[in-house]
Design a protein. Structure first.
Length: 229
């Protein structure tokens, strides 16, 4: 099936209307993004700053770009002018830096806190306690040019559905608790980004309202880096 067909069938069959679909285009050429765009897709996710910036420059300006990969503080400046959402905030230091560059660009940048839920050593993210500590810190309350829209999490890469469900259930429960404790009056705390190609159906069952799909839309990624030949 073509990229356009994949998007259409996802929207028709498996991704409900209340769940936002982020098309993860990392490693894929700009033509693939354009094809998805022509099929009506406007939300795209990338995990590398340089690749994201190049695609932003070459593609239609009404695309809403989401950064979904680990972000180094010294690279925030490259995406601050245009990024729609940074889903991978994993420290107060990074949040501070995002705020600084958002202010320089006269804007407020939407962010998700990335929460560590997987049973793996390699994933970035804040622990539940660390996320609470961040939101309680005075430093956080002083940041006026960022807006925390919700949480993002990546489940363990496993075939064990029970484990994946439990991880997403925990994140949903934590999300509800955070909403009650810290964002009760803020309707903008509304986004729970969980689910990738392998597990998005389970994630939606557990209450996700944003899924990040790469290979389901664009096909398998080749391992090589997008710029090498
Ligand atoms: C690559 C990536 C995805 C998409 O992965 P697929 O398995 O291709 O759907 C989703 N979220 C994050 C954080 C990613 O890095």
């Amino acid at each position: 099936m073509s990229i356009a067909d994949n998007i259409k069938s996802l929207k028709k069959e498996t991704v409900p209307i209340n769940v936002k679909l982020i098309a993860v285009s990392k490693t894929k050429p700009a033509e693939d993004v354009q094809e998805a765009y022509d099929a009506g897709q406007r939300l795209f996710g990338e995990n590398m700053v340089q690749e994201l910036v190049e695609k932003y420059e070459h593609l239609p300006k009404d695309i809403q770009w989401h950064l979904i990969g680990h972000l180094q503080s010294n690279k925030v400046k490259y995406i601050a002018p245009f990024i729609s959402m940074i889903q991978s905030v994993d420290s107060i230091k990074l949040l501070h830096e995002i705020n600084k560059h958002a202010e320089k660009n006269n804007r407020v940048i939407d962010c998700l806190l990335q929460i560590y839920i997987a049973d793996e050593e390699t994933k970035f993210g804040l622990g539940f306690d660390e996320a609470i500590e961040l939101l309680r810190s005075e430093e956080y309350t002083e940041l006026k040019n960022i807006r925390i829209r919700g949480l993002m999490g990546i489940a363990t890469n496993t075939d064990n559905e029970k484990q994946i469900k439990e991880e997403y259930y925990e994140l949903k429960t934590f999300f509800d608790g955070m909403k009650q404790s810290f964002f009760r009056k803020e309707d903008s705390f509304d986004t729970l980004s969980m689910g990738m190609s392998a597990d998005y159906k389970l994630a939606i069952e557990q209450g996700s309202n944003m899924v990040r799909l790469g290979s389901t839309i664009f096909g398998q990624r080749v391992i090589k880096h997008w710029k090498s030949n």
